[in-house]
Design a protein around this ligand. Structure first.
Ligand SMILES: [Zn+2]
Length: 268
């Protein structure tokens, strides 16, 4: 077993799996898959390789109806305090079936402030035999007070994201207005791994910056530094739940205007 399953399996087998944990990286569907894998592992009675995938408990987890597994998704775009309170009540009861209670918070970065403080109270005095899994694109998306009480597992960069990042990059640096806003923007909006894409572009910027400096092209270095800053601002905005489309629009406008001002030929 390799990759994230192997890492999770080793951690779960060691008995050191944290009772509160942030799962970050990957796509939303991968984070969900990993959370359900953990829930199945903790509830599968099989003595051999867990989760066996065959027993009634594993089947229930896979179908989303295991009584010990509580999945919370945002309602109208945020995770609300009522949802966290409901979760606490269920966690305080004994597990309904042998195994452990597992609460999975999808989109943990969408917790309202009130919901986050309610969750913090649970993390301060966790009920026995319970595990709370907080899913988010990146761990820094989660409030520091919560984060300090959680273990962190990074599921890794999404497969193929670098190749996609490269394909976008040329368009961003050279595309005309139509390409930027009619073609790239709608595509970027649909990307599940937008954070990973932004990170890849930041890497490309650093590369451009280094090359500019190495060749004594200050202007070119400055150009990539500015784009780097714009990318950082976009990531920060998204971390604070900015509207994705607006954040990306601001980024593309920023890069476009910079291109016009500096007139840097990036492929020279
Ligand atoms: Zn099983």
């Amino acid at each position: 077993m390799t990759g994230w399953k192997g890492r999770l399996s080793a951690l779960l087998t060691s008995g050191k799996f944290p009772h509160a944990c942030i799962l970050s990286g990957g796509t939303p569907s991968l984070r969900r898959e990993a959370a359900l894998y953990i829930a199945a592992f903790l509830n599968c009675p099989d003595q051999g390789e867990k989760p066996c995938g065959l027993c009634p408990a594993c089947a229930q987890v896979a179908q989303g109806n295991h009584p010990n597994v509580h999945l919370l998704a945002p309602e109208r775009d945020s995770l609300k305090i009522e949802q966290i309170r409901g979760m606490r009540e269920r966690l305080q009861q004994r597990p309904f079936q042998p195994g452990a209670q597992v609460a999975i918070l999808e989109d943990g970065h969408k917790l309202t402030e009130a919901a986050a403080s309610a969750l913090l109270k649970i993390l301060e005095e966790p009920p026995p035999d319970t595990y709370i899994l907080i899913l988010a694109p990146q761990a820094p998306n989660i409030l520091p007070t919560l984060r300090s009480r959680c273990g962190e597992i990074y599921l890794g960069i999404v497969h193929g994201v670098r190749e996609r990042a490269q394909a976008y990059w040329e368009g961003i640096l050279e595309g005309d207005l139509l390409t930027l806003f009619d073609r790239l923007l709608p595509q970027m909006e649909k990307e599940e791994a937008i954070y990973d894409l932004l990170l890849s572009w930041e890497e490309f910027c650093c590369e451009g910056l280094k090359q500019g400096l190495a060749h004594g092209e200050k202007e070119r270095g400055q150009y990539f530094l500015e784009i780097f800053r714009a990318l950082e601002r976009t990531r920060k905005a998204l971390r604070y739940n900015a509207n994705l489309r607006l954040a990306l629009e601001a980024l593309l406008w920023g890069v476009y205007i910079l291109r016009e001002e500096k007139g840097v030929k990036v492929n020279s």
